[in-house]
Design a protein around this ligand. Structure first.
Ligand SMILES: [Zn+2]
Length: 256
């Protein structure tokens, strides 16, 4: 058994709905799927103490998915002295540290105030994974590559209960229709949490327009939550009124 809480449901620059990141709670593990800079606020809203967090999975490097890691790293090192476990596709490790986190985390000081240079592993236990199942407590997770920004490594992730086989598929940020939903055995069942851009600009530059998602077959729509939407979502709710699609709600919890 595990649960999923939508800590945030908004687009990158949402001022209302937080960042599209998820809290997975299994028997022992408390895993975040992505950790944007608004995520500490989102966790506070659902009364989740950051100290309880054991693992973070990273899908790709944008601030609404990794921007809170500096706060997590410093809090873990200096406040509660517990190293979080970072799980990420191997190709993300070097750019995450060199292009994003090192600017804030590399230089620090020891107890006597002397300068020290820290590395990624000083702050996190790190597991680099490939596109195979990674077992974690009573669940397992598996990343799959998606198109988001041209040339940028980006992944969705499946989370599955090891006993019951029940699963949830997070597209994370994705540009195009995912054909796997109707062809690949691993995607044929389970809840789908799908990136959704409200305004249509053709096929979407870096996200999937709602109009494109509406062309999915009913067998996909009926198990899909829309997420990563903009603050003007209320103006677009009528578009899904006669479908089985749902907009995910911030703070909503699903138990598997
Ligand atoms: Zn992104």
């Amino acid at each position: 058994m595990f649960s999923v809480t939508f800590v945030g449901t908004g687009a990158a620059f949402s001022k209302k709905y937080g960042h599209t990141n998820f809290l997975i709670e299994s028997n022992q593990a408390k895993l975040m799927i992505d950790f944007g800079y608004l995520t500490p606020i989102g966790l506070e809203k659902i009364n989740f103490d950051l100290q309880q967090l054991t693992h973070v999975f990273i899908s790709h490097i944008h601030a609404d998915h990794v921007g809170g890691l500096e706060e997590l790293a410093f809090s873990a090192m200096f406040s509660y002295h517990k190293k979080p476990h970072l799980i990420l596709p191997g190709k993300l490790k070097e750019p995450l540290w060199n292009n994003s986190l090192s600017g804030g985390l590399e230089l620090s000081s020891d107890e006597s105030g002397q300068p020290i240079t820290c590395c990624f592993e000083d702050y996190f236990d790190i597991s680099e994974i490939d596109e195979n199942w990674f077992e974690l407590d009573n669940i397992k997770i598996k990343p799959f590559q998606v198109d988001h920004v041209p040339g940028k490594e980006s992944y969705g992730v499946i989370v599955r209960d090891q006993e019951t086989g029940k699963q949830i598929i997070f597209t994370c940020d994705v540009k195009n229709k995912l054909s796997q939903f109707t062809t690949d055995a691993e995607f044929l069942d389970g809840i789908i949490v799908h990136d959704c851009q409200l305004l249509n600009d053709g096929q979407g530059r870096v996200h999937t327009p709602l109009d494109v998602i509406l062309t999915y077959p009913e067998s996909v729509l009926e198990r899909t939550y829309l997420i990563h939407y903009g603050d003007q979502v209320d103006e677009h709710r009528h578009k899904i009124e006669n479908t089985s699609l749902k907009f995910a709600k911030q703070g909503e919890k699903i138990i598997f």
